[in-house]
Structure formats: structure tokens, C-alpha cells
Design a protein around this ligand. Structure first.
Ligand SMILES: Cc1cc2nc3c(=O)[nH]c(=O)nc-3n(C[C@H](O)[C@H](O)[C@H](O)COP(=O)(O)OP(=O)(O)OC[C@H]3O[C@@H](n4cnc5c(N)ncnc54)[C@H](O)[C@@H]3O)c2cc1C
Length: 327
């Protein structure tokens, strides 16, 4: 950066995989502010392992402050934006030259601090530990992965997985669904397809009674709800980006992740795609390429320099189950 040049103000909203990677990569090239609802980054695909082995959380839940040494961190929700500023839930106006919206998905049950998150994992682990029978609602990746984690570490628990679709993991092929079903069956997990469970009127006795959509009663000591999380872009509905949302409320971006339309300084990450697309797209090569695009566009302003290519902070291998964080 040349003398007398002001660094461009980059605001990143959302401290998930995309937002944290972008913030970490660009913190020395911009005047950077990260706005996230929570104080920490968490590796999402370690979360279900952490429920059965809480010590994993010590490594997978990382305070933003620990890797963002040259950035401002605001722990709050973004609730509105204008062409030049972001408004946070606590009433702060944060000016920007460039904006990255990486709000992916949102979950109101996730606590604000790392300490509370680790405590939550311990409580979930105790819940599993104390139960003899467990009901898992939802047969997408989260429900299947949680069932697998519990089945492996707690083989004596009676596990039931109820899914309203005709097959597990519907976003991938039939062969993978069949393999998954067979594997769970081999671990004695009872899988009920094309059924749903109402969690409104559950009755408590020695164990809890749940009623399925076809009137059957299921007894289990506890349950875990593993259905889809809410989209993190709904807050954009009444903002200047209202017309940039698709019919599902997802932010539409072009191939360079620029918000579609006439915005050249606002970027959205791929979580504006849903479900399978999201999983398919988050692989190392693609992720680095896309972050690279943001860096390229961002560097077009005066006085911004950055080293070509991504410095490889998070590597998500092209294999669904593996990831690593590289400093
Ligand atoms: C259990 C599980 C296992 C997974 N396994 C894999 C896997 O093995 N491999 C793989 O590639 N992918 C996997 N995924 C998917 C992967 O985690 C997602 O694709 C990825 O997290 C998307 O990253 P993101 O940063 O775009 O969004 P998110 O991770 O959803 O992050 C969004 C961030 O924005 C914040 N936020 C939301 N709204 C606001 C707001 N208004 N203001 C401020 N902050 C806000 C949230 O607090 C959060 O920090 C898995 C997901 C889960 C849940």
C-alpha cells in the first residue's frame, strides 16, 4: 500500500466458513470489519462428532479474535443495509466501501460465546449418555450423521430415525441413499421413511411418547431435531437488496459472486444456493477459486494490494468428510 492511501473499508457479514475465510484472507489488505451473531467460528462438520465427544469442540470452535488479529469484530446481527452502511441489531452503523454477505444459515439455538457453545455440547452429550432410546427427526445429512455418530460410540442405545422423504440423503443419488440405509441397519438403527413426527404434543411418562403422521406411537427417552436450518438471508427482504433475492429468499450472485444487478461492491457467498448445491460446491478448489474472485474484484480499487492466489487458510478437501484448518 502506498503512502497516504487509505485502506478500503471491507465489511464481512457472517462468520461461518465463507465469511471467516474471506476475513482471514483479507485482514491485512483492507480495513476489515467482521459482523457475526456469535463470537466464534465453528467447523460445522465437526459439530455432530462434538455431541458424542465434547472435547473435539476445543479444536473446532475458535474465537474470531484468535485468527483475526487485524480486524474489527462486531458481535451482533446485521439487520439492514444501505448503499454505504450496515445497520446492526444493537443500532450501530458500519460504513463500507466493499461488502461481503456471507450469512449462510442461521440457528437461534446457537449461543453467542464459545464457552456457552462448549457447555451446550457437554449438555447434549449428557442427554445422549443418559438416554436408553433416542429419536432422530430428519434423514438429511445432519440426521444421518448424528445417527451414525451415536451408533458408533453408543452401540447399546436404541436409535430410531424418522424421515418424511422416500429415501435418506435425498440430495444425492439413490445408490448412496441405499448404502446409507444399509449401513445404519447394520448398526441396528431403525429407519422409518415417509413419516413425520409431531413435536407439539409429546407426552412424558417413563419415556416420551411421540406420534407419527400415520398414528403410530414411538417411545424414546429423548429426541434430536435435525431438520433444515433457516436461511440467513431473510433479513435482506426489506433492504436495498430486496430485488436481488430469488423466490426462496436467497441472494442471487453472478459467477464472480457479485450481487446480481448493478451492484459492483457487494458480494454474496455460495450459501445463497441451497442444500445439495451448497454441499457440492464447498470443495477446496472451488472455494479457493471463488474467494480469489472476491479478492480480484476487491483489489481493483486504488491502494489495495494482495498476493495472487489464496493463502490457503481453510482447506476443505474434495471428500465430504474431511477438512482441515491450516495456519
Ligand atoms: C452438520 C453439518 C455437517 C456438514 N458437513 C459438511 C462436510 O462434511 N463437507 C462440506 O463441504 N460441507 C458440510 N456441511 C455444509 C457446510 O457446513 C456449509 O456449506 C457451510 O457452513 C456454509 O458456510 P457459510 O459461511 O456460507 O454459511 P454458514 O456456515 O451458515 O455461516 C453463516 C454465518 O453467518 C452468521 N449470520 C447469519 N445471519 C446473520 C446476520 N443477520 N448478521 C450477522 N451474522 C449472521 C451465522 O451466525 C454464521 O456464523 C455441513 C453442514 C452441517 C450443518
Amino acid at each position: 500500500m502506498g503512502l497516504g492511501c487509505e485502506k478500503r473499508r471491507l465489511v464481512v457479514i457472517g462468520g461461518g466458513v465463507a465469511g471467516s475465510l474471506i476475513a482471514k484472507s483479507l485482514q491485512f489488505h483492507a480495513d476489515l470489519t467482521l459482523i457475526d451473531q456469535k463470537e466464534y467460528f465453528e467447523i460445522p462438520w465437526a459439530s455432530l462428532r462434538t455431541m458424542v465427544e465434547p472435547s473435539v469442540g476445543e479444536r473446532s470452535v475458535i474465537n474470531h479474535r484468535d485468527y483475526l488479529t487485524n480486524a474489527r469484530i462486531i458481535t451482533s446481527s446485521a439487520i439492514n443495509i444501505s448503499e454505504t452502511e450496515v445497520l446492526t441489531g444493537e443500532g450501530r452503523l458500519v460504513p463500507y466501501d466493499y461488502l461481503v454477505i456471507a450469512t449462510g444459515h442461521t440457528d437461534p439455538t446457537i449461543p453467542k460465546t464459545r464457552t456457552e457453545r462448549l457447555k451446550q455440547y457437554k449438555e447434549e452429550n449428557e442427554k445422549i449418555d443418559l438416554a436408553s432410546s433416542i429419536l432422530i427427526v430428519g434423514g438429511g445429512p445432519t440426521g444421518v450423521e448424528l445417527a451414525a455418530e451415536i451408533a458408533v460410540d453408543f452401540p447399546d442405545k436404541k436409535l430410531t430415525l424418522v424421515h418424511n422423504g422416500s429415501r435418506l440423503l435425498q440430495f444425492i443419488g439413490q445408490k448412496a441413499s441405499d448404502k446409507t440405509l444399509n449401513w445404519l441397519a447394520s448398526k441396528k438403527v431403525e429407519v422409518m421413511l415417509e413419516k413425520s413426527v409431531s413435536l407439539d404434543n409429546i407426552s412424558n411418562g417413563n419415556s416420551t411418547s411421540y406420534r407419527t403422521s400415520d398414528g403410530e406411537t414411538l417411545n424414546a427417552d429423548c429426541h434430536f431435531l435435525c431438520t433444515a436450518k433457516s436461511l440467513g438471508s431473510t433479513w435482506l427482504k426489506h433492504t436495498v437488496l430486496e430485488s436481488n433475492l430469488d423466490s426462496y429468499g436467497r441472494l442471487m450472485v453472478d459467477e464472480n459472486l457479485r450481487v446480481k444487478g448493478n451492484q459492483t461492491r457487494i458480494f454474496g457467498t455460495e450459501t445463497c444456493f441451497s442444500g445439495c448445491k451448497e454441499l457440492e460446491i464447498v470443495n477446496g478448489r472451488r472455494k479457493r477459486k471463488q474467494t480469489g474472485n472476491i479478492q480480484t474484484s476487491f483489489s481493483k480499487g486504488n491502494c489495495i494490494t494482495w498476493e495472487k492466489g489464496c493463502s490457503g487458510t481453510i482447506t476443505i478437501h474434495n471428500h465430504y468428510w474431511k477438512c482441515s484448518w491450516i495456519d
